[in-house]
Design a binder for this molecule. Structure first.
Ligand code: GAP
Length: 462
């Protein structure tokens, strides 16, 4: 088996995604909209499976609640959160073409690591290097560009009606902290989890689904007694790394920690670590684990004028909880899973492309294939399909040679192919072909659902 690597892997994955119905460019027939992508029939299943896996791990716990807050929020939320003032990237413009670039990305492309540099340091570096645009033209001096999408609430487009599409889901949780705590009669420590869309007007979108303008996040805020934050920070760091390996089947060797230091540390964070995945274009952040201290609840108290303190019946006093946050991109994770699954290998002199998804994530769990289109095999195969369809997404295919049908299923990562052949007509067993090993054995039709369920849970990366 060869894990496909190198620069061309991204091109192959992007092309497979379109060809097989995972991901399409948004508004493609109009030339596309930069930084926006549509999930096709297989992509939407993959994304839903990732979100479901996360939701189960995070909310099926005794110390967690889920919510779904609105995307549009009161504009004061974004003042309190610091996004109006501080959520910006350094932008430069090509003086000839008017194209805009992120200065930190241009520095990176020119061999400078901008991690931890502030605006002044980046400007100095740009001057020292006499940095030009990728087209070789002069650049404007850098300026800050706020990444929030502005919009108006109601029919009058004036300053009073301005609000923003949320750039993170976290604030919907902070403003609901007391609602959830009181409604669910929660005691510290407890967490609130949420999955939802976020929007950032990124200066440059990059690398397919990695940096987009519309994306989905899965965030969790864990409210703890001040003073206990460091203990819980360590707990959540360990928890979340294991989830990638055990629940998503990502090899530990392609994951690493990156600690934020100096200017890299966000305005709200006491401490922050990213989990990075090794993409074909290099290491990239997938998830952040942040110790946000009392920053958020403190700021919302200040800006809203409402008390957000919690009455701690252990210490008999009111406390403002500290917050540990885990923040992961669902859409960025879907790209990690696509890239991670992609493999090429040679089988009997022919190339096979196989998506080795964890079966839990695979869009189609099983394909049902009558060996030939006669002798009652299609009818029996339809019966197998009907028996499984209520539990799993399955796919019926009777077109073409069996080998070709297996390859088509390998390419979309279907873990099992169930073939109805002449023996099935005699003893009601089908062959079960496993995607990774390509080995086959026979299973009774009546036992199929249980057998597939069991094989899916005991799956390990090959
Ligand atoms: N509440 C904290 C927060 O939003 P973040 O590091 O800015 O932290 C968390 O975002 C995660 O959201 C990232 O690790 C990444 O997976 C995802 N994400 C952020 N910006 C993104 C973008 N433009 N496109 C796709 N995913 C993005």
């Amino acid at each position: 088996m060869s894990q496909a690597k190198g620069n061309d892997v991204m091109d192959k994955v992007v092309s497979l995604c379109k060809r097989k119905g995972f991901i399409f460019q948004s508004s493609e027939i109009y030339g596309g909209l930069n930084g926006c992508w549509d999930y096709g029939p297989l992509g939407v299943e993959l994304l839903r499976n990732i979100k479901e896996t996360w939701w189960r791990a995070m909310t099926y716990r005794q110390d967690m609640e889920g919510i779904d807050a609105s995307i549009l929020m009161h504009p004061r939320v974004w003042e309190a959160s610091g996004h109006v003032e501080g959520f910006n990237d350094p932008m430069v413009e090509d003086r000839e073409t008017r194209e805009r670039f992120r200065l930190d990305h241009l520095l990176e492309d020119n061999g400078v690591d901008p991690t931890g540099m502030d605006m002044e340091e980046m400007t100095a570096k740009m001057e020292e290097l006499e940095l030009k645009s990728p087209k070789g033209n002069e650049l404007t001096p850098p300026r800050r560009f706020n990444l929030m999408f502005k919009t108006h609430v109601g029919p009058v487009e004036d300053a009073a009606s301005v609000t923003y599409l949320r750039p993170e889901t976290a604030q919907g949780i902070f403003v609901n902290f007391l609602n959830v705590q009181q409604a669910m009669r929660r005691k510290l420590p407890f967490g609130i989890a949420q999955i939802g869309k976020s929007f950032r007007n990124e200066i440059n979108t990059k690398n397919f689904l990695f940096r987009t303008r519309e994306f989905e996040q899965m965030e969790m805020q864990y409210f703890v007694r001040p003073g206990e934050d460091e203990k819980w920070f360590e707990y959540w760091r360990e928890q979340r790394l294991n989830w990638f390996i055990e629940a998503l089947g990502i090899p530990a060797t392609r994951l690493r920690w990156h600690e934020h230091v100096g200017a890299e540390l966000a305005h709200y964070a006491k401490a922050a670590f990213d989990i990075q995945y090794e993409f074909p274009f290099g290491w990239g952040e997938i998830k952040g684990v942040h110790n946000r201290g009392q920053f958020d609840l403190g700021r919302h108290e200040e800006f809203s004028g409402k008390q957000l303190k919690y009455f701690d019946d252990q210490s008999r006093e009111k406390v403002l909880p500290a917050v540990i946050e885990t923040a992961i991109g669902a859409t960025r994770s879907s790209m990690m899973c696509l890239v991670n699954a992609y493999a090429e290998e040679e089988v009997r002199g022919e190339q096979r492309v196989v998506m080795r998804f964890h079966p839990r994530l695979a869009p189609i769990k099983a394909a049902i294939l009558p060996l030939v289109k006669r002798d009652g095999m299609p009818e029996l195969a339809r019966e197998v399909e009907a028996g499984l369809r209520t539990e799993f997404p399955v796919f019926y295919d009777e077109g073409g040679a069996i080998g070709r049908r297996y390859r088509r299923m390998d390419e979309v990562g279907t873990p099992f192919c169930l073939t109805v052949d002449s023996q099935t007509l005699e003893d009601r067993t089908v062959t079960v072909r496993e995607r990774d090993s390509m080995e086959q054995d026979r299973v009774a039709i009546e036992a199929l659902a249980g057998e597939l369920r069991q094989r899916m849970t005991s799956w390990a990366p090959p």
